[in-house]
Design a binder for this molecule. Structure first.
Ligand SMILES: NC(=O)c1ccc[n+]([C@@H]2O[C@H](COP(=O)([O-])OP(=O)(O)OC[C@H]3O[C@@H](n4cnc5c(N)ncnc54)[C@H](OP(=O)(O)O)[C@@H]3O)[C@@H](O)[C@H]2O)c1
Length: 321
């Protein structure tokens, strides 16, 4: 109330309630916008330039990366190794894992361990647990994820029941189980970073990508709530919300300022660790995420999905012919 009285007296006696309310609301919006711009600049410009991000090596000599033989996961594995951190590489294809392990060991002079498992299965966690025994794990990157070949109505999904099980196992179960595996030792040592790769699809309900979008919301909420539970125990849980990155999953090859390469994207996202616990990871994805969540009408988003569905169906039918 004192704030209101101060504003009224500074505006003069003629100021009515609505004027005061308007000035207060406008000041609040301006303050929030300024704060947003400051956060944007400090996260995506200053953090990288000034080296403000967390020193992940201090948390432990090993990192674990899932879905690491391609795309975003491969870039995390390489850039963690570049910082002198040993890496446990967990992914599906044994030959690709062996090649990557050799490449990382010779290029970055760190140790690696490989674990070949298929995350669509729910019975793989004792194998993973045995492979992690005795390692001081300071960083976990829950990156593995799957989507549909193209946006599709839930009811029209090919092999729907299989897709449901696979997507829940890959996108949700893997993150939850891996976190459960490494967190107790991190808490005991009072050091650790858990980085969960969700998607901008978690920021707005995306029709025709519903299962994917919902699985990423699960990652987002799990990460945010866990962060609240363990932040006083020396643990950082970061959820990353990428927009399009040029990878196999996105089926995009050409990079642009909106669609970075995995290397560029991860360089930017890793610079935000210790600064932002919920981040788009890359400056243009932050702008896109803001537009999706606040301004872009859901009608426009739905039309984009319908267009992508049409193109996907056309390609699939051409392949079948
Ligand atoms: N790319 C984007 O535009 C984008 C946007 C938003 C969010 N994301 C998220 O970022 C994460 C990484 O995506 P990405 O685009 O980098 O994917 P990607 O290039 O397709 O790479 C996926 C990696 O995960 C592994 N993998 C896939 N399915 C697996 C399974 N069932 N079991 C074990 N490993 C499996 C693949 O191994 P193989 O080589 O053996 O297949 C590969 O190493 C995902 O969680 C995705 O949802 C991506």
């Amino acid at each position: 109330m004192a704030v209101f009285q101060n504003i009224i007296s500074s505006l003069g006696k003629s100021a009515d309630f609505f004027t005061v309310f308007g000035v207060t609301a406008a000041s609040f919006v301006a303050f929030k916008a300024a704060l947003g711009v400051f956060r944007f600049i400090s996260t995506y410009v200053l953090a990288g330039l000034l080296g403000l991000s967390a020193d992940l090596k201090k948390a432990g000599s090993w990192a674990v990366v899932t879905g690491c033989t391609d795309g975003i996961g491969k870039a995390y594995a390489e850039q963690l190794a570049e910082r002198g951190i040993n890496v446990v590489l967990i992914s599906r294809t044994a030959s690709k894992l062996d090649d990557l392990a050799k490449e990382i060991e010779s290029k970055y002079k760190v140790q690696t361990r490989v674990v070949a498992v298929d995350f669509t299965r729910a019975d793989i966690y004792s194998t993973i647990s045995r492979s992690l025994e005795g390692l001081e794990i300071g960083t976990l990157v829950n990156n593995v994820g799957m989507s549909f070949p193209f946006p599709e109505y839930f009811i029209e999904l090919e092999n729907r029941e299989q897709v449901i099980r696979d997507m829940i196992n890959v996108n949700m179960l893997s993150m939850t189980m891996l976190t459960s595996m490494v967190l107790p030792a991190m808490v005991e040592r009072r050091r650790g970073y858990i980085i969960n790769i969700a998607s901008t699809a978690a920021t707005a309900p995306l029709a025709l990508l519903g299962l994917y979008s919902a699985s990423k919301v699960y990652m987002d909420y799990f990460s945010q709530t866990l962060q609240q539970e363990v932040s006083n125990k020396g643990i950082t849980v970061q959820v990353v919300l990428p927009g399009f990155v040029a990878t196999k999953l996105s089926k995009i090859k050409k990079t642009s300022f909106m669609i970075p390469s995995p290397t560029t994207y991860v360089r930017s996202a890793l610079a935000t660790v210790g600064i932002e616990n919920r981040t788009f990871g890359f400056w243009s994805h932050a702008v896109q995420g803001f537009l999706m969540a606040s301004i872009l009408p859901s009608m426009v988003q739905r039309n984009v999905m319908l267009g992508a569905r049409k193109a996907g169906l056309r390609k699939r039918n051409q392949k079948k012919e």
